[in-house]
Write a protein of this length. Sequence first.
Length: 151
Amino acid sequence: MTYIGYILVGLLAAALALMAYVRLAPVNAAVWHDTGLPMMEPGQYPAEGSFIEQRRLDGGGGDVLARLDAIIRETPRTQRVAGSVETGKITYVTRSRVMGFPDYTIVTLMQSPDGTASTLQVYGRLRFGKADLGVNRARILGWLAALDAGR
């Protein structure tokens, strides 16, 4: 084998190792579940590699969170990593179809002190890289559109 052949085999092996790591890297639920993000004003907060939508809800919001959880769990290649509807905070991982890149979505429901209103925060972010090409935004807005449609 020539010198260039060895280089090509080495590059192929490195690419395969990287692909395996992306698909098989363990999920540290504690790291992804605790965002440290404060509740903000209602609105959309796009950033490089992430997207947040925050909504004010009338009432406790538990029924809304349960419906959104059902919608999210129907999404292909998506699974719950941590949390529950009962705790008011759920973390999901959704993997891309071809390479299996993981994106994490954290859904948090916080109630007002008097219980008359609540805030729903949906925060999606990538794990690897810097830009998600709008994938998290599109996914979150799709889930919320299904929620608004009463699905």
